[in-house]
Design a protein around this ligand. Sequence first.
Ligand SMILES: Cc1cc2nc3c(=O)[nH]c(=O)nc-3n(C[C@H](O)[C@H](O)[C@H](O)COP(=O)(O)O)c2cc1C
Length: 223
Amino acid sequence: MAAPTLTTPFDVAEADRLLTTTRSVRKRLDLDRPVDLQVILDCLEVAVHAPSAANSQLWRWLVVTSPDLKAKLAELFRSGGQDYLRSQLETPGDDAARRVYQSAAHLVDVLERVPVLVVPCVAAEVDLENAPALYGSVFPALWNFMLALRARGLGSTYTTFHLAHADEAARLLGIPAGITQVGLVPVAYTVGTDFRPAARRPAAELTYVDRWGVAPAETRGTS
Ligand SMILES: Cc1cc2nc3c(=O)[nH]c(=O)nc-3n(C[C@H](O)[C@H](O)[C@H](O)COP(=O)(O)O)c2cc1C
């Protein structure tokens, strides 16, 4: 007798490939290939299907394409990140961390040449009490956006360096009071699309079942 065919609503292998190979792309951003605004808008339409607290949908997106504005934003980004990156690169550390900082330093150098910079925002003032709900309502959409970009051959990185100068960025971009920037996402087509999954500690080492400290392997076959 033939084995029953297992059906799933998606091609799981392909979905997992998207989810595990959407990386922070910095050195492989194609700085010379233009990005049509429409592809960004398409990805944002995907992004806004993400969950948000009480379905508040308070995400807002500012898509920056003007060379002059990108250059000014890049200056703020550089000023916010350069000293931190320099100090990290001067501190002895493991190779993997060094590669991240070197890659981040490269992005600092080329940011203004990236075709599109997206500033995700939340339409609220963020304070200590509401931060989890407000930031937590934008990040799922932001990740959706990054996945949708990757599915179309574009790459991005979530960054925070320019937030040290968020007020100046708000003046530059006409962002009104009451709107909080949550980062800056450079977007470009990628040079090649063959990204590999990142090295990560296995989730099974960081996951417990029923009681803190009880590893999944210890509970197998008990239910
Ligand atoms: C909260 C947060 C802040 C980050 N800030 C920056 C940043 O300012 N600059 C940058 O180049 N990358 C930034 N990143 C990207 C991380 O460096 C990156 O996600 C991490 O090294 C893992 O690499 P991967 O995304 O390729 O797997 C940030 C990521 C997160 C989640």
